[in-house]
Design a protein around this ligand. Structure first.
Ligand SMILES: [Zn+2]
Length: 652
């Protein structure tokens, strides 16, 4: 999802806001699960109903006695669901028009009736009114290598107020709409029989976790509806006012689709990728912006991380009445977000498109567990969003690009973190739904992205790129955890820098991701102490004599105000124009740099290259020596500080 949209609005005040079996050949993933649907959309009843055939393969060494599935749509069933309670009352959701899913029949291998064996469970909070997870005790346990095939008749009623999924008049966004397998995880230490289902309830602050699957989806709906989906259109038939379409998608973690008679459809191509864009007629003037943005993201991630492996993608800019479906990702289908009047200098549609496309990599290909480690998709993806936006739309203007005002994408992420009053109460070890109020977005998106920009500053962009290339190479179409990612970082950094940063990078992640400390380095004071002559009389200290042979002890004093310790550079500038760049390990509370000679220090700047984005206060990173007598220079100093302050806010 995309949280930056809201932040930008409040920051800038600029917006008018607003075949079922796994295919053996060339499969990208293990295809442990697969789904096949034959469903129809009832535009009167606002339901999607029909049949689902699905399978799960026990590819572990465990004997598994049960299966678990998500029934996400039940989150919208009543005001007692966990989702509803956690969101403090889902905004705008009408009690009279809820969403739900009902299973009409449920059979397993060999036509066994599994319905009596199905029960609702609430593994996360014990809320008996939450019906978003079911457990089915299998008549016979699934042995290693067994396939459990299920056939389910179901009806899904879409909710009226769209929060990712639902309908608004004749607009439909159909997501989280079918019974979906959880992820069976064998024990990490290889202990036989100790695995378990990872199948969490639907929470307000969490997204999803799934195996890569094959989807064959047959949808019938009134012929006037224009559709888009995460699959490729295989066939289409129109008969008696009804349209039947068949889609196929391979190796994606979720399948969503949309239908609205008002969509305009546009096509473009980037290398091997056929791109389809659906948007309202009122936004035709944004088509070029949208295609440019998605092609920029494709090009950048393809060259810096790894290949985009599918040959198609579809993206949707929903109409205003369906804006709640905007800014969401389903790998080969994603939604952007815009409004009919979007000034050219506000790169919000581009930002949302770049962000949501990025999830094809971080969550789609690298299918991390969004319930448990949400920063691994949102934070990592926001980091890349910042790089892509600032690369293509200007280093200081990736987000707002006006001749009187430029704001970079990275700066917005950083400010969202450093200005947050709750930035020190939580760590990224929490599950998504355990984050205290108002900290989920700040931590998961913005602190994580800012920390990754800092990591890039420390190890260098080239090493950072190699980290992600290796992460992709090793973990694509699997389920990496945070510790898997950190291991890759450590390995690549060690290969490229030896022991320069220690034997591993845990010291960085422990502080930046799993600690609550802040990072703040400060220039405390500058001293230029003039040496006394042999007679004990001070040498001339008038202006004219300062460039003479007078001897000085020049001292730059810096200190660490926060708990976080990172290596920082300190630039010392002397009155004669000399500069020395010192490297400080940043560990002590206080450090002096002392120089004896004929030079005096004019100014000192910590982290002149803005590598440590996590530093919560850039203003105290520099200090200019206070001239003793001249009021004019004092004024100039203040002006300089003001300019530094302004630029420190805007230019990162
Ligand atoms: Zn996101």
């Amino acid at each position: 999802m995309n949280l930056k949209l809201c932040f930008i609005v409040s920051l800038s005040l600029l917006l008018p806001c607003q075949a079922l079996l796994p295919r053996e050949n060339k499969a990208l993933s293990d295809r442990i699960t697969g789904y096949s649907f034959d469903v129809s959309l009832d535009t009167e009843a606002k339901t999607v109903s029909g049949k689902m055939d699905a399978y799960w393969v026990n590819n572990t060494a465990d004997t598994v006695p049960e299966i678990r599935m998500h029934l996400y749509m039940n989150a919208f069933r009543s005001n007692r669901t966990t989702f509803y309670k956690e969101s403090g009352g889902s905004p705008g959701r009408k009690e009279s028009d809820p969403g739900w899913i009902e299973i009409k029949s449920f059979t397993g291998n060999g036509e066994k009736d599994l319905l009596p064996l199905m029960e609702y469970i609430s593994p996360d909070d014990g809320n008996r009114y939450d019906k978003t997870v079911i457990r089915i005790k299998l008549p016979e346990a699934a042995m290693p290598g067994d396939t459990v095939a299920v056939a389910i008749d179901f009806v899904t009623k879409l909710p009226s107020a769209i929060r990712r999924t639902g309908f608004a008049d004749d607009f439909y966004f159909v997501a989280q709409w079918f019974p979906k397998f959880g992820v069976y995880e064998p024990s990490r230490d290889g202990e036989k029989g100790r695995g378990s289902w990872n199948c969490h309830q639907f929470h307000a602050n969490s997204e999803f976790y799934s195996n890569h699957s094959v989807y064959d989806v047959k949808i019938s709906l009134p012929a006037e509806y224009v559709t888009g989906s995460g699959g490729k259109l295989i066939s289409e038939k129109i008969d008696d006012g009804m349209k039947t379409q068949v889609f196929r998608a391979e190796d994606i973690v979720d399948f969503a689709w949309t239908a609205w008679p008002g969509y305009m459809v546009f096509k473009d191509k980037w290398n091997h990728v056929d791109i389809t864009l659906l948007l309202p007629e009122t936004r035709i003037n944004q088509v070029e912006r949208q295609f440019t943005a998605v092609k920029n993201a494709l090009e950048y991630l393809d060259s810096h991380v790894g290949p985009y492996p599918w040959d198609y993608l579809t993206f949707v800019d929903p109409p205003m009445k369906g804006a709640g479906a905007g800014g969401m990702e389903y790998t080969t289908l994603f939604t952007s977000g815009s409004s009919d009047r979007m000034p050219e200098y506000v790169n919000v549609p581009e930002m949302v498109t770049v962000h949501e496309f990025g999830h094809a990599y971080f969550m789609g290909i690298l299918a991390s567990n969004e319930f448990e480690e949400p920063w691994l998709d949102e934070g990592v993806n926001s980091y890349w969003e910042g790089r892509i936006m600032d690369h293509y739309y200007g280093n200081g203007s990736g987000m707002i690009d006006h001749r009187f005002l430029g704001i970079s994408d990275k700066a917005v992420a950083r400010l969202s973190y450093v200005l947050s009053p709750v930035r020190q109460i939580i760590t990224n070890r929490e599950y998504a739904w355990n984050y205290p109020n108002d900290t989920y977005g700040m931590m998961t998106y913005f602190k994580a992205a800012t920390s990754l920009h800092t990591l890039e500053g420390i190890i260098g962009q080239e090493t950072m790129d190699n980290v992600f290339r290796e992460y992709y190479r090793e973990w694509a179409f699997r389920h990496p955890s945070a510790s898997d990612f950190i291991d890759v970082v450590s390995e690549v950094v060690r290969n490229e820098h030896g022991e320069k940063f220690g034997s591993d990078m845990n010291w960085f992640f422990d502080q930046a991701f799993f600690g609550t400390g802040i990072c703040d380095y400060r220039v405390t004071r500058i001293v230029n102490r003039k040496h006394y002559s042999y007679e004990g009389i001070a040498e001339d200290d008038d202006e004219e004599s300062q460039n003479s042979d007078s001897l000085y002890t020049a001292i730059a004093m810096v200190d660490r105000l926060g708990e976080v310790m990172l290596p920082v550079e300190v630039l010392i500038h002397f009155t004669n124009g000399d500069e020395i760049l010192e490297v400080w390990d940043g560990k002590d509370r206080y450090r002096e740099f002392v120089y004896t000679g004929h030079r005096q220090i004019e100014w000192v700047k910590i982290d002149p290259g803005h590598k440590i984005a996590m530093d919560v206060n850039f203003v105290n990173n520099s200090l200019t020596e206070k001239p003793s007598r001249l009021a004019v220079r004092r004024l100039a100093n203040k002006l300089l500080s003001f300019i530094q302050f302004t630029f420190s806010l805007l230019l990162f």
